[in-house]
Design a protein around this ligand. Sequence first.
Ligand SMILES: Cc1cc2nc3c(=O)[nH]c(=O)nc-3n(C[C@H](O)[C@H](O)[C@H](O)COP(=O)(O)OP(=O)(O)OC[C@H]3O[C@@H](n4cnc5c(N)ncnc54)[C@H](O)[C@@H]3O)c2cc1C
Length: 406
Amino acid sequence: MFDYLIVGAGFAGSVLAERLANGSGKKVLICDKRPHIAGNAYDFYNDEGVLIHKYGPHIFHTNSKDVFDYLGQFTEWREYQHRVLASVDGMLVPMPINLDTINKLYGLNLTAFEVEEFLASKAEKLDQIKTSEDVVVSKVGRELYEKFFRNYTRKQWGLDPSELDASVTARVPTRTNRDDRYFTDSYQAMPKHGYTRMFERMLDNPNIKIMLNCDYREIADDIPYREMIYTGPVDSFFNYRYGKLPYRSLEFKHETHDTEKFQEAPVVNYPNEQAYTRITEFKCLTGQEHKKTSIVYEYPQAEGDPYYPIPRPENAELYNKYKALADARPDVHFVGRLATYKYYNMDQIVAQALTVYGKIIGMKRKEAAVAAVASSPATTTTTTNGKTKSNGKLPATVQVTGNAVM
Ligand SMILES: Cc1cc2nc3c(=O)[nH]c(=O)nc-3n(C[C@H](O)[C@H](O)[C@H](O)COP(=O)(O)OP(=O)(O)OC[C@H]3O[C@@H](n4cnc5c(N)ncnc54)[C@H](O)[C@@H]3O)c2cc1C
């Protein structure tokens, strides 16, 4: 008899499997319908030997020391500050928009103070900020909105920014200094040997059994278990009783090139002419040295794997109906981005899973997170003044830089 059947071996399922097995000695069966663990964060060495992310670039960043320390038990970290360029008007310029973006785009030589005035002069005064278009236009004006945001958003979401919640672009900052980092979180790093290796270490416990290529429906009636943790799509769990929750999907086109370096930045965004939204060069993220290089193009599309919940009021209403069904099932814990129909970054999902574990064992999240670091069989980390030190295994990694931007 298993104590828990966990559906999905992504961050949500794997953190809970690790905690229940290592923290509470529970017997866990974790299944995934995909042929691998690690969910969307899955990475692997392709035929040419380059480490790539199957489901698009995954960059780890967080302001939570708890989450960073927790994951640090299962991986060494490689310091990494993400940078993005955007291809606009035939130039490559820093994204998010900063002082250099404006100066390069307009052939100017403004100071930080002057660029603030420049943006203020372009910004439109609006009575109400309701949509994504309002957010951007009220910050940087219509011209920059057209160059950087409008078409990108239309490609990404299949909707005009005027049809999307303000929350979608509320996360896109502009800077009047020359800071060209994409994120400003306190902790920014990549798992040194990749995400999949980190997940393997999380799940390495004799009390955890893993079944891959396995939809939970094929086994749930035959394998005895006490409770379920479900990290798949909530509408699918209830057989789409109220209809399908809308998602935006992506097609990934991977390529390997016989050259050491493909592009000027880890990610280049293409807001306008191309059908794809961005190109990522993996070696820039992973730090791998290799004489070839692998890249991925992302083509947004309506059909396919569910990636991005579409943030519109009518979808939130539909989700609330499913949430009511989920709340009426005390035998099932619904955790993760698909089960709660919300886009979350990886660190937020780890935090959510630690909170759920805390609830299961009757602890507050902070206590559960501290216990998670203290009770793990793997290496522990200590962090002082924003610099991460390890007790032998982990290199110093992080910088304290400010607030999250995405
Ligand atoms: C293109 C893209 C880029 C991203 N980049 C970043 C980034 O740079 N930084 C960041 O922090 N976050 C990023 N994210 C978000 C990140 O992917 C999520 O936060 C994370 O994957 C959520 O983990 P999860 O466990 O909730 O879901 P998932 O990783 O999706 O895991 C859920 C698992 O459940 C399985 N499953 C579903 N139904 C069933 C079933 N019936 N039976 C068995 N198994 C089932 C699925 O196969 C899947 O493996 C990105 C997401 C996308 C789509």
